[in-house]
Design a protein around this ligand. Structure first.
Ligand SMILES: [Zn+2]
Length: 229
């Protein structure tokens, strides 16, 4: 693992924002993907934000592409945490190949500037990257990035395989075995206003499908693929 080559800034820790989840807001339409009834952290992904993320990672399905997820980390009226992803910032300056993705210092500086230019409560809530043709998982190197730079309890990761068209969400689930991120059994996609027919029918923007992980993955030790990307 070439950890010394990974240069990221430190994500500022802010307390959760008091907010009503999208599935309890009358102005929002929500479609559930996978199993959202479990004990995991509720994750709400904006349909428009997902579509832009999908366009980015599918713009070159041969190499790894990535960036950071933007949104808010919240708690509801009862103090229950949840996460909202409203958009993403694509890494414009990065080193990648068919088997690796690395943020650079310049990329991180640009994220900071772009985030400051956005209105509203926006913060970096995690990161995303693609695994062209390798499936949805977090490699040892991916877990290294998560643990060192996105280590907040509510930080998430999204992995997309643009060749098999699968998208997975990873979150910290307390299982007493590991603090590594595990595949979330489900997530909610939301839009302000009325859901389109595509959103209602598919849940995720075409051609993506939700990757729920192997049965019991939420409470199993992380799988070791042997890959170091
Ligand atoms: Zn990876």
């Amino acid at each position: 693992m070439a950890g010394e080559q990974i240069q990221l800034g430190v994500v500022r820790r802010l307390p959760p924002t008091p907010q009503t989840p999208p599935d309890r807001r009358t102005e929002c339409s929500v479609v559930r993907c996978g199993d959202t009834g479990g004990p995991g952290l509720p994750v709400f992904l904006s349909w428009d934000g997902l579509r832009r993320l999908c366009e980015h990672v599918c713009s070159d399905a041969e190499v790894e592409l990535g960036g950071v997820l933007v949104g808010d980390q919240c708690q509801d009226e009862q103090g229950n945490p949840f996460v909202i992803m409203t958009g993403s910032l694509a890494a414009q300056d990065y080193t990648n190949s068919a088997g690796s993705f690395t943020f650079t210092h310049n990329t991180w500086s640009r994220f900071t500037r772009e985030l400051e230019s956005l209105s509203g409560n926006r913060r970096i809530i995690g990161w995303y990257h693609s695994h062209p043709g390798w499936g949805v998982f977090l490699s040892d190197r991916d877990q290294f990035i998560c643990e060192n730079f996105f280590a907040g309890a509510l930080d998430i990761a999204v992995v997309v395989d643009p060749q098999s068209n699968q998208l997975g969400v990873f979150q910290r689930i307390c299982c007493g075995k590991s603090d590594w991120l595990q595949p979330a059994a489900g997530c909610c996609v939301f839009v302000e206003g009325v859901a389109s027919a595509e959103m209602t029918a598919r849940g995720l923007p075409t051609p993506l499908r939700y990757f729920v992980g192997p049965v019991g993955a939420n409470f199993a030790a992380p799988s070791r693929s042997g890959r170091q990307d």
